[in-house]
Design a protein. Structure first.
Length: 390
């Protein structure tokens, strides 16, 4: 059981247990519950966004299954590999004990991207299009996940005098025997190692609630990305905005934390370095892809599928006609042409019949006398003869 106090309201304290409930005697922590809820909400958002981008929901189910599995494995593997010098993993159970905390978000992101690439190649779906649908969804999981850190009383920062500074200590241990540590216990037991990194701490003082900072940073980023989504100029733009936004915020927030993972033998914080790399790399990639997009602005409107699946489930594209449909259309056109010719022939025939009837009537009736401009040959001769006499 934790006792938590905030500087602005020292008389108003909070007490809560990190354990949500038990199943067959096994304690289930709030951390795990919140992570699962975050995954579900992220998947719902990703499905909704993917449908608008022309990606089939059936395919998104496959993405969700593989990303969740390998994302958790990647997040835990990243954490374990970067804490080998500071933690003792005595058994395989210690290595996979995610229910006690210890998931590194960058490990999950890296594993998730690799998973998206592999699945997209198999299904012949544009990788960057899928990442645009999933990236904002990740921010939902991250924002919620930080409250799991709060309920575990971890991921906090150094001392502060700001009104929202917090302080916590343990008033009752967990029944399972797991060691609980509030800010007071953690800073007391790790004071020497923290100060060795150049940070001075007071175990009894208030600390930065960095879990809250990162939660708010993700919420703001999620809102901005969704506002700008309709103005998307190229595939991958939303994904790059996500890693740029998150990388920048995480780099600065990481500077405040007392539980950072460091590159062995250096004072460089791993998450801070990765954050700045994501920020710089994301900006550079957006510039390059933005320039390419100007040369072909209509490309972003193309379907999400390529190859043999190019026109499958594409709302912006008309489906290709099958050979049978083309043959039927050709036969219809030929039939219409034949009908038109037949009608023309009938009309021509009727006109000919009318002409013949008119000719017959003229022969049977009394046709008008034909007049000739030339006089009879005999009269002409006589006149000429008379003229000569005169």
């Amino acid at each position: 059981m934790y006792h938590v106090v905030f500087k602005a309201s020292e008389n108003a304290s909070f007490e809560f247990s990190p354990v949500a409930f038990t199943v067959f005697g096994k304690e289930i922590y709030w951390y795990g519950v919140i992570i699962v809820v975050g995954m579900i909400l992220s998947a719902v958002y990703a499905f909704w966004r993917a449908k608008k981008l022309g990606i089939k929901i059936d395919d998104m189910y496959d993405y969700a299954i593989f990303i969740i599995i390998f994302g958790v494995i990647g997040a835990r593997a990243y954490y374990v590999l970067t804490t080998l010098q500071t933690h003792q993993y005595k058994s395989f159970l210690d290595v996979i004990a995610v229910w006690n905390g210890g998931l590194a978000i960058y490990g999950g992101i890296i594993a998730g991207i690799i998973t998206v690439i592999v699945v997209s190649k198999v299904k012949k779906i544009k990788i960057l299009r899928v990442l645009d649908a999933i990236a904002p969804a990740v921010m939902i999981g991250q924002a919620l996940g930080r409250w799991g850190n709060y309920l575990n009383q971890e991921a906090f920062g150094c001392n502060t005098t700001l009104p929202w500074g917090m302080k916590s200590w343990v008033v009752q241990s967990a029944s399972s025997g797991n060691k609980l540590e509030g800010t007071v216990e953690y800073l007391t037991s790790n004071r020497a190692s923290i100060e060795a990194q150049g940070m001075t701490v007071d175990p009894q003082g208030y600390v930065h609630p960095t879990f809250l900072y990162e939660c708010l940073w993700n919420v703001i980023g999620f809102i901005l990305i969704n506002i700008l989504f309709k103005k998307r100029k190229f595939d991958g733009q939303m994904f790059l905005m996500y890693i740029t936004w998150y990388g920048l915020g995480r780099a600065f927030i990481e500077m405040l934390r007392t539980d950072s993972l460091y590159i062995p033998g250096t004072p460089v914080r791993i998450s801070m370095l990765v954050g700045f790399v994501c920020f710089i790399g994301g900006i550079a990639a957006m510039i390059v892809l933005g320039i390419r997009a100007k040369k072909d602005p209509e490309k972003v409107l193309e379907g999400a599928y390529y190859g043999k699946n190019e026109y499958k489930n594409e709302p912006e594209k008309k489906e290709e006609k099958t050979e049978e449909e083309e043959e039927e259309e050709e036969e219809t056109e030929e039939t219409e042409e034949a009908d038109d010719k037949a009608e023309e022939s009938e009309e021509t025939g009727e006109a000919s019949d009318e002409t013949e009837e008119t000719a017959i009537e003229t022969e049977d009736g009394e046709p008008a006398e034909e007049t000739s401009s030339e006089e009879p040959e005999e009269n002409k001769t006589e006149e000429q003869a008379n003229g000569d006499d005169n």
